[in-house]
Write a protein that binds this ligand. Sequence first.
Ligand SMILES: [Mn+2]
Length: 300
Amino acid sequence: MTLEGTHGLWGDLHRPDLTPENSDFSIIGIPFDGLASARKGAALAPERLRFWSQHATPFSEDRTRLKGMSVCDLGDIKITHPESDFNLILQRVATLPNMPILLGGDHSVTIPILQGQRERYKNQRLGVLWVDAHPDLCDFFDGSRISHANTMRRALEFGIEPHDVCMVGLRSWEEQEIDLIENGGIHVYTASDVAKRGMKKVADSVRTVLNDCDAVHISLDIDCLDPSAAPGTGIPEFGGLTSRDVLTLLKGTQGLPLVGLDVVEIAPPLDPSEATVFAGLKIIMEYIAVIARKKQSEVQ
Ligand SMILES: [Mn+2]
């Protein structure tokens, strides 16, 4: 396989002369899967996403031109000892001058990502759109308090308010999560709700909830998708969102004060077709398109 693609990195949006100061997005890889509980492999996702990004075109599926957007790929943050190294992620996110797009990694990396956003948007209402098969609300899991099943529990502790969190695509639970899910004030839209109501209506509801926030971060675990669309993930959960659901949800965030995205739990070794990597890539390019449309509407 050649290293050259039909396009440059990130569908030609990355240029080596760009810096976070003069570009729209910073892309940061976090090749770490040390806190995934089941099958690993997510550490290889940043490299595969970058590789295939050279075959992405600078358009969204609805032909939004992405060419006016610029991406500075800052490379990877290496995590050896998460207890201390997660701080590197926190500091990087907290101090970036532009919008971060982070490539996991297992979902534990979102703990310092959300801490960084919390720091960056201090004293403001920071909302989270959480798209995942799992709520990751465990207090203690697999011997850890910072595993990939503890992420949102920790986020609630460092000051993200439950009523500013929308969780979409949920369909798997631990006993220790049930009270928070049922009585904690989080807005929950299960995969089954989405199938019954349709994603358009769910996306409208999400937008109404998060519209009151000053800043909204999207954390997307690729296992939100049905395993038929994204089999390459640690814990594939039957009965998930369709590809179209996810695209409808993303487009439904148009108008929200979006401030960043992380895409996690893509495990390339578990999907030889690499369709799961391509799913993640599409999600990133469509997210860039949401911001591109916002920018274009501001210019006009
Ligand atoms: Mn998950």
